[in-house]
Design a protein around this ligand. Structure first.
Ligand code: HEM
Ligand code: HEM
Length: 135
């Protein structure tokens, strides 16, 4: 059962990584792919990939949340209560809450909400790295 704890941990990392790709694919598009000719095959493939990541952003984040609940239960049952884990959990849940709020109430990206949502995502990277290194 202990292995399932490790697996769910990496599942959170994967889904969270896919959620944060929202930023990466938009940035790369703006910087490079948008400058390619409109008939470019590479550009077409890239836009499909970007659409997939952007449209499924909330589902990646919500799957990460489900995996986190499982990870939390497995670790407190079969391992221990990790402080760094609790910090990462608090940040992730806060950001999911912020994401849901923004999804329903903030139609413009140029708001304080967006800056906070993006910054929290970045702080979470650090929190997760610290947790994985120290557990
Ligand atoms: C965003 C939140 C979290 C992420 C991404 C995450 C991810 C991970 C990962 C990838 C591992 C390493 C697994 C391995 O070495 O194979 C791990 C280990 C661990 N996690 Fe988390 N975790 C999170 C939250 C939590 C929470 C809330 C707790 C408990 C309160 C927790 C408790 C632990 C423990 C005790 C270990 C060490 C298990 C061992 O060495 O046997 N984690 N976590
Ligand atoms: C693990 C949790 C989450 C992380 C780490 C995260 C991360 C991010 C990041 C980095 C961006 C910036 C993208 C850019 O620069 O264009 C973003 C945008 C956004 N996020 Fe999240 N997010 C999370 C959860 C959610 C959830 C649960 C929702 C909605 C239900 C959501 C809704 C949005 C919306 C509406 C945007 C604005 C851009 C867009 O429409 O894609 N996020 N998120």
């Amino acid at each position: 059962m202990g292995e399932l704890g490790g697996f769910t941990g990496w599942l959170i990392v994967f889904c969270y990584g896919m959620a944060i790709m929202n930023y990466v694919v938009r940035w790369t598009n703006k910087r490079w792919f948008s400058k390619l000719h409109k008939d470019s095959l590479i550009k077409r493939y890239y836009l499909n990939l970007m659409r997939f990541i952007v449209q499924n952003h909330r589902w990646f984040a919500l799957t990460a949340t489900a995996a986190l609940i499982l990870h939390f239960i497995m670790q407190i049952l079969y391992r221990w209560v990790s402080l760094t884990g609790l910090i990462a959990l608090a940040l992730l849940l806060t950001n999911v809450g912020l994401g849901i709020f923004g999804y329903y109430f903030k139609k413009s990206k140029r708001t304080r909400w967006f800056v906070i949502h993006r910054t929290a995502a970045l702080i979470l990277v650090v929190a997760i790295i610290v947790h994985v290194l120290l557990a």
